[in-house]
Design a protein. Structure first.
Lengths: 112, 143
């Protein structure tokens, strides 16, 4: 899985690409923990190029969201592909996360 | 008498093989001519198989590097059966409680996904013949 990190004035955007499963989730978890350690608690995860998410991927994102919120920030999601979005709906995690259709909407909502 | 075609795939218990298992499941589903909602069902089957095999790799074997997981796909008229075998400690996903959807946690979604997307789910512990997770999906008309 490819990961790319960008920083705006107040936000960190983590772009993921590929399959988010039990094999690749540890890499994402490590990246999220590093960002949190560095003090980045307002994170957008761009899922536009993620074509598969399993329960390990979901758990990794929930863990990141909880840690961000504990630190006074949040972890939000961008651009879920339709088959991936269905898994969020199935587990009702679409209610737990802020999910934005595109980057412009997310940045505007976050006051950027 | 029902005709049945089976495909068996055995992989080492390492998560690097998950994509191979999913690819096999997807290709097999593509051979089912009567599949309705084809792309979504194929995605669902890949997801369920991935969840089941992940459980076997991570929970049945723990950190043991020598384990193997066997997946048997059986195509019958109107149904796809998937049996996932391990020879480790066993992990009965049907005994795992459902996650609390009001307070999202960091585990428990795998079983929920399996139960939601499959029509039948069963588990049998058998260290000799292999612990077996049995999954059934009805797939419309004849295969």
């Amino acid at each position: 899985m490819e990961t790319q990190v960008e920083h705006t004035e107040r936000l960190t955007i983590l772009s993921l690409s590929g399959r988010f499963d039990a094999h690749t989730a540890p890499q994402v978890r490590e990246t999220l923990l590093r960002l949190l350690d560095e003090g980045h608690h307002h994170i957008l995860v761009d899922m536009a190029r993620v074509n598969f998410v399993d329960s390990t991927g979901l758990s990794t994102l929930v863990g990141g969201m909880k840690r961000c919120r504990q630190a006074g920030g949040d972890l939000s999601l961008l651009q879920l592909q339709p088959p991936v979005r269905i898994i969020f709906e199935l587990t009702r995690l679409d209610k737990a996360f802020e999910i934005y259709p595109d980057r412009e909407t997310a940045l505007a909502s976050k006051g950027e | 008498m029902e005709t049945m075609e089976t495909v068996t795939l055995t992989v080492p218990a390492h998560t690097r093989y998950l994509s191979l298992v999913r690819a096999c499941a997807a290709e097999l589903c593509h051979t089912i001519e009567s599949l309705s909602h084809r792309e979504q069902v194929i995605y669902d089957i890949q997801l369920v198989v991935s969840e089941a095999v992940t459980n076997a790799m991570l929970h049945a074997y723990g950190s043991r590097p020598d384990g193997r997981v066997q997946v048997v796909f059986s195509l019958l008229p109107g149904r796809l059966e998937i049996d996932v075998y391990d020879w480790g400690e066993g992990f009965d996903p049907t005994a795992v409680p459902e996650p609390d959807l009001e307070e999202p946690g960091e585990s428990g979604y795998g079983l929920m996904i399996i139960r939601s997307l499959m029509d039948e789910v069963g588990y049998r512990r058998d260290p000799v013949q292999g612990n077996r997770l049995h999954l059934v999906k009805r797939v419309g008309g004849a295969t």
